[in-house]
Write a protein of this length. Structure first.
Length: 215
């Protein structure tokens, strides 16, 4: 509402000279912003929803420029069931900012699939640090150039990525057993209990936030 009491609409598209694309997508804008504030050779690990990996238009522009101007070396596909909004699909994107050159910095993107055939909940079966042990070992932080492929860890060259429609980085290769065999689904009472637990956990968090705001 403006000063006259009338409804007024404003554009949510962010325009910045240091952004590769102007868009109203907050996740794409956040990703671009993080890149701009990184120092040369600075490292980043950002949680992004799936749409950042496959959205066309501004999304494709951002992905293309990021692969060129940064070494985008790792993508961790996070499992569902670890956030308060059920069904949220997110990833962790790892990249290093590099000096401007003509040749793209990304040579190979390694993707670890911690989502397919993985089942977590907020309370009954929460994601634990030990569940990330295999990813950490595959990531090989001490020598990333000596990585080895495994069932859940695959590499994709820059040339292969650029050949994909809209430079889609939402890549998966494991067979999702739950889609092939409904017998693999949890029992109805288990599903119902998980929903109850997630709602209780969310309410608890909101209650804590409300209490903090009253202070």
């Amino acid at each position: 509402m403006n000063e006259a009491g009338d409804e007024e609409k404003q554009s949510l598209v962010v325009h910045r000279d240091d952004f590769w694309a102007s868009t109203s997508n907050k996740q794409l804008n956040f990703l671009q912003h993080v890149f701009t504030i990184l120092k040369q050779h600075g490292r980043a690990a950002i949680v992004v929803p799936d749409n950042v990996l496959f959205e066309g238009g501004a999304g494709e522009t951002v992905r293309r420029e990021l692969l060129k101007q940064a070494d985008v070396h790792t993508l961790l596909r996070l499992p569902t069931g670890i956030f308060y909004a059920q069904g949220v699909k997110a990833n962790v994107l790892f990249f290093d900012r590099k000096p401007t050159v003509e040749k793209p910095w990304t040579e190979k993107l390694w993707i670890y699939d911690l989502r397919t055939n993985k089942h977590f909940t907020l309370k009954e079966n929460p994601l634990k640090r030990s569940d990330l042990d295999d990813f950490v070992a595959c990531y090989n932080p001490n020598s990333r150039h000596e990585r080895k492929e495994s069932e859940r860890f695959k590499s994709f060259s820059y040339e292969d990525l650029t050949k994909r429609d809209k430079l889609n980085l939402d890549i998966f290769w494991l067979k999702d057993e739950s889609l092939e065999d409904s017998a693999n689904l949890p029992a109805p009472d288990v599903i119902a209990q998980e929903i109850v637990e997630d709602l209780e956990a969310a309410l608890s968090q909101f209650a804590q936030i409300a209490a903090d705001l009253k202070r």
